[in-house]
Ligand binder design. Sequence first.
Ligand SMILES: Nc1ncnc2c1ncn2[C@@H]1O[C@H](COP(=O)(O)OP(=O)(O)OP(=O)(O)O)[C@@H](O)[C@H]1O
Ligand SMILES: [Mg+2]
Length: 113
Amino acid sequence: MKKIEAIIRMDKLEDLKEALTKEGLAKGMTISQVLGHGNQKGFAENFRGKKIVPTLLSKLKVEIIVKDALVDDIVEVILATVATGEIGDGKIFIFPVDDVIRIRTGERGVDAL
Ligand SMILES: Nc1ncnc2c1ncn2[C@@H]1O[C@H](COP(=O)(O)OP(=O)(O)OP(=O)(O)O)[C@@H](O)[C@H]1O
Ligand SMILES: [Mg+2]
């Protein structure tokens, strides 16, 4: 199993939820409001090399735990749904997940997703 963690623009969540649901890809997801910056340090253009204090921008963090076989499909849907081509589109991080436990039943692993 893997955790797909996508940092996306605030206004892209509805489109992403709809696309993932339509494709039947995500059984569950967790969304958080986060603050962050990327390479441009929160500014509209790149000041590469200059020392500037980063500005933190509001983004959404979408976390989805899935079986390995679905990772590529989900990444494809995220890219197709949230990319604008402008700086600040966000990033996708993928982590290994050791186990999942459904608290109600005690089921573990992919059965608990
Ligand atoms: N290396 C990183 N570590 C942790 N969070 C990051 C990292 N890079 C980006 N983020 C998160 O993703 C958000 C969007 O980053 P952003 O899309 O600006 O990345 P970028 O590398 O600057 O790419 P681009 O050049 O397209 O803007 C940031 O506000 C931050 O929350
Ligand atoms: Mg950036």
